[in-house]
Design a protein around this ligand. Structure first.
Ligand SMILES: *Cc1c(COP(=O)(O)O)cnc(C)c1O
Ligand SMILES: [Zn+2]
Length: 450
C-alpha cells in the first residue's frame, strides 16, 4: 500500500519513488529528490493556521514552522493530536519562525526608490539561532529522528552549523560540523562551540568542506542536514506561508532572496508549485535570486554569461553538460568564490537544478551585486532599526538594481527575505568609521567637540 508522503525524483523522465524513511539525497540515477504528498490539503486550513497564532500552551501551534504542519506532514501523523506532535516533531519550544513576518522599512524603501507600502522585508534573522536556517533545521532534525539517526553532520559557512548545533543540543544528538578555515564570521563559529558541536576545520572554502562532509557522512553513518536534504526544503516553505498569510494569502509580485547553496530558492519554488496546484493561490510571484559578484555561478549560467548558453530546467531536461563545463572552467582556472558575505560565498551551489526549476516555474530573474552594494544594503536596514547580516544586504541592493533598471515597476509589491542577523559586529564599526561609505554615521572624537 502506498503511503501518502514519500520521496520522488525531481527528474520527470525518471520519477523514481522512495519510502519516506529513505535518507539518500538522490535517486539511484543521481537526481535530487522532493518530498511528495498525495493529499490535497483543505483550503479551510488557512483559518486554522491563523487561529493557532493564539496558541494556548501548544508549542506546535506557537511555532512558525509547525503551525503549518498539515502542509509538511511527512511523518504522516494525526496533526491535531498533541501527543503525536510531541513524539515526532522537533521544535525549540515553539520559537522557530515565530517572530519572522514581513515588516515595513521606510528608509530602505526610500533608498531603493519604492513607495513605503510597496516593500516588505521579512526578518528571518530573528530566529532562535539567528538565521532562516532554523525553519529547515527543525524539519530536517524531525526526519533524522523519524529514521532513528543519532549523528548529525553538515558543512557550513556558519549559520547551518549554528542551527544544527542548537537543535542537536536540545535533542541530545551528536553533531559534526565541517567549517572552512578562516572563512566564517566569528559570531557563527562561536555558536558551533557554544552548542557543543564537534568542529572539524577544513582548509579551503565551503565547497571543499561540503564534499568532505558528504564523504565522511557515509563513513561514520551520519545524517546530512545541508540543504541538499529534501526535508530542509520542506521546513523552509513556511517562510513563504508566513509571508502569504500576512497578505491574506494574496501574492506579492516579487520574492527576493540572496543566493548561496540555493536551498531557499528551491524551497520557495516548491512551495509555490504546490500552492498553485492546490489552487490556494491564483497568481505566481516572480522569484529573484541575488548573487554576490564574487560567487556568481547561477548568475553566469542562468543569464548565458558563460559561452552564450542559458542554463534552463527545460521541463526536466537541463543542459548538464553546460554545468559540467562551467565547473571544469572554475577548476582549471582556479577560480575561488570571493566575497566578504561568507554565507553566500559558494561557487558550486548544490541545489542549482531545483533552483532553475523554481526559476522556470516563476519566470524568475538572477542578478548580482558587489560587496560594497551589499554593505550599503545592510547599513540602511540597520539605520531603519532592524538587524541583518551582509549576505542579507544583497536583498535591498538587488531590488534597487532591478528598480533602477525598471524591471521591477513602481507599482509592484516586492517582498525580500532578510536571511540572517549580524554575527560579525566589526563590520558595522568599520562601515561607520569610514566617512566615504554612503550611509556612514562616523564616530566623533571627544577632542573635536572642544
Ligand atoms: C545560508 C544563508 C544564505 C544562503 O541561502 P541558500 O539557501 O544556501 O541559498 C543566505 N544568507 C544567510 C544569512 C544564510 O545563512
Ligand atoms: Zn531519478
Amino acid at each position: 500500500m502506498k503511503e501518502t508522503a514519500y520521496l520522488k525524483c525531481i527528474n520527470p523522465y525518471c520519477g523514481l519513488e522512495y519510502d519516506i524513511k529513505n535518507t539518500n539525497i538522490t535517486c539511484e540515477k543521481n537526481h535530487f529528490l522532493d518530498v511528495q504528498y498525495d493529499n490535497i490539503p483543505s483550503i479551510e486550513l488557512k483559518e486554522l493556521f491563523y487561529r493557532r497564532r493564539n496558541y494556548r500552551d501548544n508549542i506546535f501551534n506557537e511555532s512558525g514552522v509547525w503551525r503549518f504542519r498539515e502542509l509538511l506532514n511527512f511523518c504522516q501523523i494525526n496533526t491535531s493530536d498533541i501527543k503525536s506532535c510531541s513524539k515526532y516533531l522537533v521544535s525549540l519550544d515553539g520559537i522557530e519562525g515565530k517572530q519572522s513576518k514581513p515588516y515595513r522599512m521606510s528608509k530602505v524603501a526610500d533608498f531603493i526608490g519604492l513607495r513605503h507600502n510597496k516593500l516588505l522585508l521579512q526578518l528571518e534573522g530573528y530566529n532562535p539561532s539567528g538565521s532562516f536556517k532554523d525553519n529547515g533545521m527543525s524539519s530536517a532534525i524531525t526526519h533524522a529522528k523519524l529514521v532513528g539517526a543519532t549523528k548529525i553532520i553538515c558543512a557550513s559557512t556558519g549559520n547551518t552549523s549554528a542551527s544544527a548545533g542548537m537543535y542537536t543540543a536540545n535533542e541530545n544528538m551528536e553533531c559534526y560540523v565541517y567549517i572552512p578555515n578562516e572563512q566564517i564570521a566569528s559570531g557563527k563559529l562561536s555558536q558551533a562551540y557554544q552548542f557543543g558541536t564537534k568542529v572539524i576545520k577544513v582548509s579551503g572554502n565551503f565547497d571543499d568542506a561540503f564534499l568532505k562532509s558528504l564523504d565522511d557522512a557515509k563513513k561514520i553513518n551520519a545524517y546530512t542536514v545541508n540543504s541538499v536534504n529534501p526535508f530542509r526544503i520542506e521546513g523552509q516553505k513556511t517562510i513563504i506561508y508566513r509571508l502569504l498569510e500576512y497578505l491574506n494569502w494574496d501574492v506579492p509580485d516579487w520574492i527576493v532572496y540572496p543566493g548561496g547553496a540555493l536551498g531557499n530558492a528551491s524551497s520557495c519554488g516548491k512551495c509555490l508549485m504546490e500552492l498553485y496546484k492546490w489552487q490556494w493561490i491564483k497568481k505566481i510571484p516572480r522569484l529573484v535570486i541575488v548573487n554576490a559578484e564574487g560567487a556568481k555561478t547561477l548568475y553566469d549560467l542562468y543569464n548565458g554569461e558563460f559561452d552564450n548558453t542559458k542554463l534552463r530546467w527545460n521541463d526536466g531536461k537541463p543542459n548538464l553538460e553546460l554545468l559540467d563545463r562551467y565547473y571544469k572552467y572554475l577548476n582549471e582556472n582556479q577560480i575561488k568564490p570571493n566575497t566578504t558575505a561568507t554565507a553566500i560565498q559558494i561557487n558550486k551551489p548544490a541545489n542549482i537544478l531545483k533552483c532553475i526549476r523554481a526559476l522556470e516555474f516563476t519566470d524568475g530573474i538572477v542578478t548580482k551585486v558587489s560587496d560594497s552594494e551589499m554593505l550599503d544594503g545592510m547599513a540602511i536596514v540597520g539605520l531603519n532599526g532592524f538587524d541583518c547580516e551582509l549576505a542579507s544586504g544583497a536583498v535591498p541592493a538587488g531590488i534597487k538594481k532591478l528598480v533602477d533598471a525598471e524591471i521591477i515597476k513602481n507599482d509592484d509589491l516586492v517582498s525580500g527575505i532578510l536571511t540572517g542577523r549580524q554575527k560579525d559586529p566589526s563590520l558595522f564599526v568599520e562601515y561607520h568609521s569610514n566617512r566615504k561609505n554612503r550611509f556612514a554615521v562616523t564616530p566623533i572624537d571627544y577632542t573635536s567637540l572642544e
